[in-house]
Design a protein around this ligand. Sequence first.
Ligand SMILES: Nc1nc2c(ncn2[C@@H]2O[C@H](COP(=O)(O)OP(=O)(O)OP(=O)(O)O)[C@@H](O)[C@H]2O)c(=O)[nH]1
Length: 473
Amino acid sequence: MIDSTSTISDTGGGQGQTSNKNINPFIRPRILLTGLRRSGKTSIQRVIFTKMQPSQTQFLESTSHLTLNQFSCGSFINFQVQELPGQLQIYASGLNSGNGGNNGQASSYDDDSMTSIIGGNYDLERLLKRCNAVVYIIDAQDDYSESITRLNTIIQKGRRINPRIRYEIFIHKVDQLSEETKIETQRDIHNQVRDRFSDPIGGMEPWSPISPMSNSSSPEILINFHLTSIYDHSIFEAFSKVIQKLIPEFSHLERLLNYLLSTSNIEQAFLFDVQTKISIATDSSPTDMQMYELCCDMIDLLINMSEIYGQPNEDGSQRTTDDDDDDDEDYFNDDSDHNQGHEWNIVTQNEEYDENNIQLNGSRKSSFVNSPLGTTPIANHQQTTLLETTSEPASAVFDSMSSSVIKLTGGRALYLKEINRHLALICILREEALTKQALIDYNVRQLKKSIIKLFRLNYQVSRRNVSSSHLVE
Ligand SMILES: Nc1nc2c(ncn2[C@@H]2O[C@H](COP(=O)(O)OP(=O)(O)OP(=O)(O)O)[C@@H](O)[C@H]2O)c(=O)[nH]1
């Protein structure tokens, strides 16, 4: 079993249930994606969200502005990724620097009072205050000492401003490293970060490992490390873990999957977003990386086979054949006003910092694939929310008829079933368990109904919340 994630904290290797409770289900969680120049930030987004071939990423131009990508998958995965380009330098905020001569010059990142403003007039404090997770990319093939210095600065600032931030450190580009070097690099980076926070700084509490029971008001720092590469599935697995911690329904989904396992003789179950191959939930057993990869391959196989031999619905709507599907199905399949399929929305939401410096990433196809960078600057001092959406519908061939069973050598099997047009359940089980496939099918249908109800409930509450906030306005 391979697990590319390690953690400083006791909770990091798990699914982060504690942090999900802090996520307001009505606010789109924000991920601040940052790291030094050329560390691989844009490549990661393109490979995961636009299906760009990893080899194509070498032609990407450097990102020069803060960009905001909003991702939606039906009503399930909703989050924003703010990419803070590596070329931006952190500058002295000026007034309280205690080093007057340093104004306007790049700081050493070490003095907390000196690191408020990032070159280009972005306010790091504000970005940290508003984000739920920082994904920090370290290029493992490069000398990473400067990168760690910068990371430590961000953590130091973040723990003062927003102690609930989760730091997900991607030790990236490990595809060129031997297994031994990977482990050594991870240990080295882990130690350098831990050592930095083992001493009290500026009156703050020292670094202390967190436990699942940790008090939300504690100053403990939530840090996870992931070994990643865009050239294999590790980047999907790592990003899945980041997303799972931000999905408010995650613990409910996990419980439902655990229940399915216990009733159906299944070894492991994943809920996959079909387009991105992000796993939005798993049962609570540790993830088997090789099985995870096989599940991703199974999705590709199913979609490819269906595209060749399947019959896409002419009207794009989903066929419903399950006898006992009820009205809940309509909620999932109704794209009228909320289930807009996969979207890369172009959004700024009344950002208070200098908005003319924000660049907006557009749709998966038109912006990212057809144009070199696909970013569009918005007008200066934009006051209203900009929302330009180009939706890419979920696969036309993935519908309620989509299901598959693949028997593997070694006595195991993979079982795939559509949950809705965005989500697939994939189970790993012993081949013998398939002798009771009717039971599994039945249980999966019950699971599907429960998931639909769960999201419908959340959707209704969020809608009510939105309309009442309009009334207040
Ligand atoms: N070997 C390897 N190269 C990678 C990986 N990810 C990205 N790269 C390469 O790293 C280079 C820089 O990638 P970018 O995505 O442009 O990096 P960035 O962090 O967005 O850079 P800035 O926009 O300048 O901040 C490209 O040539 C990518 O092909 C990886 O996992 N492995």
